[in-house]
Design a protein around this ligand. Structure first.
Ligand SMILES: Nc1ncnc2c1ncn2[C@@H]1O[C@H](COP(=O)(O)OP(=O)(O)OP(=O)(O)O)[C@@H](O)[C@H]1O
Ligand SMILES: [Mg+2]
Length: 285
């Protein structure tokens, strides 16, 4: 197995710079001023099993702050399992066991002192299928903060969150309507607003655009690009173009292993591993 740590030194220096146009990728946005990049989530030799089956095998991966890290790889290679470990959503899958080390800002995620509820408040999640609550648009956004004892102005929080999710203009006159009356793309942005209303540190997104049309997808991609100035994002996607367009770093998984991870422009132009090359050029998966 080649781990992230082993793969990175293979990378040639990027002196020539990537051809962003060739891969349809936007140049990476600078980190917010005064904000130093740090490792927010770190997996070290992480193995996750469903019963006896190891769906994720000895994965070592770092998620740096204020970047979008894309996790790509063929169906069944363990992307969602890895992502769900990061905020302990695998706790809800009976029979799951986790070995190795996973830290969130140097706190042991699977350690006895970790409060999983608080962890999920800090590390929010957006799923493949929009899953709004059967409530009004307003209550979808404010419900989590309210339950968590938010003491500020809820109307203000709802407006801010919907603006961050690029949905405010479309819903500001119908906040009392059911969330189910929104289109799929709007529902997904509502779920993003719901996640950001919790004022998280990290957003985990598992194929957030797979049920959306190209226009809604483009809006969510713009949004992901903007969100990274405030948050750290880990994004699972099957869409190579999307990974190339929105992510700063890309991790390629295959059969439960992390084959390699590196700067997205390098991964899509000069990957270090043949398997990565084959996957991104559509030769398998
Ligand atoms: N609850 C479960 N119980 C048993 N095995 C599971 C469970 N969930 C996932 N698996 C298995 O673990 C492996 C990894 O699954 P996972 O959902 O993480 O893959 P993925 O890369 O996200 O795939 P996809 O791209 O299709 O979403 C697969 O072989 C899958 O069958
Ligand atoms: Mg998945």
């Amino acid at each position: 197995m080649v781990t992230a740590m082993a793969a990175q030194p293979l990378r040639p220096p990027s002196s020539a710079g990537p051809n962003f146009e060739a891969i349809g990728r936007r140049p990476p946005a600078a980190a917010p001023e005064g904000v130093a990049k740090e490792i927010v989530i770190r997996a070290e030799k992480l193995t996750i099993r469903y019963g006896n089956f190891a769906a994720v095998r000895e994965v070592s991966l770092e998620i740096p702050s204020h970047e979008v890290t894309a996790i790509i790889g063929p169906s069944g290679c363990g992307k969602s399992t890895l992502l769900r470990a990061m905020n302990r959503m695998n706790d809800f899958v009976p029979g799951t066991t986790t070995e190795g080390r996973l830290t969130y800002r140097d706190q042991e995620v699977y350690g006895p002192d970790c409060d999983a509820v608080e962890l999920r408040r800090r590390i929010g999640m957006v799923f493949q299928k929009p899953n709004p609550f059967p409530k009004s648009i307003f209550r979808n956004v404010c419900w989590g903060p309210k339950v968590n004892g938010y003491r500020g102005d809820l109307e203000d929080l709802v407006e801010r969150s919907l603006k961050q999710a690029a949905l405010w203009d479309e819903v500001k006159d119908k906040l009392d309507q059911s969330a189910f009356a929104l289109s799929g793309g709007q529902q997904q942005r509502l779920c993003i607003a719901r996640a950001v209303a919790m004022q998280p540190d990290v957003l985990l997104m598992d194929e957030p655009c797979s049920a959306l049309d190209p226009i809604a997808t483009a809006r969510i991609e713009d949004l992901i690009h903007e969100l990274k100035s405030r948050y750290t994002v880990a994004l699972v996607t099957h869409n190579m173009q999307q990974a190339a367009r929105v992510s700063d770093r890309t991790a390629f998984m295959y059969l439960g292993e992390l084959v390699e991870v590196g700067a997205t422009d390098m991964m899509f132009t000069k990957p270090g591993e043949q398997r990565t090359q084959d996957y991104i050029t559509g030769r398998f998966g």
